[in-house]
Design a binder for this molecule. Structure first.
Ligand SMILES: [Zn+2]
Length: 450
């Protein structure tokens, strides 16, 4: 009797530890509109794993990932691990490409220009009439008048001057009285400990584009008496641009350009304000790893290690969350700017869309949006790939809400892929999580002393 009980206990533990667990697709009988998808999950490492009869490698951690082609219509996949067998049914919709839709997407020029104004804050002006990609050239607050000369696929074409144009979404503007050129009235420059501050007075609000490069340039459009109605404000910076803000207060454009802080060579992060942002949290779990681990937990573990590494080096660290809380993207940015942080670092783990193969993507990538943050991204990736077993998955420009902040140097680190079995095992390794914190801090330190 005793003997039988023991066998039963062993069987039970084997069952619970080694059950075949398919993490992605998240449920059976799903519709996936893609030429391919993948199965991600975990299984017993000692038993062959088969998908439609083909043996699939299982990582020593138990994780697996396998890409499969999808035919139009119904697809069936049999996943077998020993006695266990799951049958997945995935439907790929039969595509109907409508030619009527594509032909309507041509540019329609207006016979005479029309005036519109922005109806809310943070309205993107884009270089192309597309909602997506790295095409944002400016962001406007409410009530900025725009000269519109045409339209295309849901966007108005904004004329800035004879050579420069942008695109604004229909839903972000409303028609307004015809505008007349603005007058440039006055300019004033002051500074405090941390900022150069420029106040430029007009008799009305005007569109503008901030070009955050050397020299620092802001172009104001529709200005009376200027060549091509464009007033170009130039400010030569002695050191790298690290942050700025620019917006209208009434009809006065207030531009604040951040001064590069004084660095102690022996302790370059001493008193530097850094926001450490653990991605997702609370209700937002982020990606799910092969071992059914949540991205939000991996992010928090690495973020906490990074915060303590930075504090050891004298930095003033603010975390956007220090527990399992739901925090909005704009709240993360607001907290950064309220604290006047110099640097913002967001920690994430990566996943992939259906049409990609998790076994062909691995390693760390660092995202930035504005060019002034690229050297920081480069320095962090260089340090991480030198110190961690994760591959170099490049520095990339990406239009992500948290890195589209100009007031701090803002980067987002995808430490590794949760749906790549080998990367995911690294991401869950406590020692690698600690080393990641150290490697990122080293990268920030290198950036400050360069
Ligand atoms: Zn994420």
């Amino acid at each position: 009797m005793k003997y039988f009980g023991l066998i039963f206990a062993v069987l039970l533990s084997v069952q619970s530890v080694y059950a075949l667990d398919v993490v992605y697709p998240k449920k059976n009988e799903v519709t996936i509109n893609s030429p391919s998808t993948f199965f991600v999950g975990n299984a017993d490492t000692a038993i062959p794993l088969k998908i439609n009869g083909t043996e699939i490698p299982v990582h020593k951690s138990g994780g697996f990932a396998h890409a499969v082609k999808l035919n139009a219509g119904k697809n069936e996949f049999v996943i077998e691990s020993g006695e266990e067998k799951h049958v997945y049914k995935i439907t790929r919709p039969v595509s109907k490409v409508s030619s009527a839709l594509t032909t309507r997407n041509t540019e329609l020029p207006y016979e005479s220009a029309r005036t519109f104004v922005t109806i809310k804050d943070n309205v993107p002006l884009r270089s192309t009439p597309v909602d997506g990609g790295n095409n944002r050239i400016s962001h406007y607050q409410k009530d900025i008048p725009l000269n519109v000369v045409g339209e295309k696929s849901g966007f108005y074409k904004v004329r800035l001057n004879d050579k420069e144009f942008g695109w604004v979404a229909f839903c972000d503007v409303t028609s307004a009285d015809e505008f007349t050129p603005a007058k440039l009235l006055n300019r004033e420059a002051v500074q405090d400990k941390n900022y150069y501050i420029f106040k430029i007075d007009f008799d009305k609000k005007v569109p503008y584009v901030i070009e955050g490069v050397h020299p620092f340039v802001v172009k104001f459009y529709n200005i009376e008496g200027k060549p091509d109605n464009t007033f170009t404000f130039k400010f030569p910076l002695k050191q790298n641009l690290i942050g700025y803000s620019g917006e209208f207060e009434g009809n006065t454009f207030v531009l604040k350009v951040r001064k590069f802080p004084k660095i102690r060579k022996d302790r370059p992060l001493k008193n530097i304000k850094i926001v450490v942002d653990a991605g997702h949290g609370g209700d937002e779990i982020g990606a799910i790893g092969c071992l059914r681990n949540n991205e939000k937990d991996v992010n928090l573990a690495i973020a906490k290690n990074l915060a303590s590494e930075l504090r050891l080096r004298g930095a003033h660290v603010v975390m956007t969350r220090s527990g399992d809380e739901t925090v909005g993207l704009l709240d993360r940015v607001r907290k950064t700017n309220e604290n006047e942080a110099l640097i913002f670092i967001s920690i994430h783990g990566n996943a992939l869309p259906d049409n990609m193969d998790p076994n062909e993507h691995e390693g760390t990538s660092v995202f930035y949006y504005y060019p002034q943050a690229k050297p920081l991204a480069d320095s962090i990736l260089k340090s991480m790939t030198a110190q961690l077993p994760l591959a170099d998955d490049r520095v990339r420009q990406g239009s992500l809400a948290v890195v589209r902040n100009t007031e701090a140097l803002s980067v987002l680190i995808e430490v590794g892929y949760l749906i790549n079995p080998s990367d995911n095992a690294y991401l869950l390794d406590k020692e690698i999580q600690a080393n990641a914190g150290k490697a990122i801090a080293d990268g920030v330190e290198d950036f400050m002393t360069e």
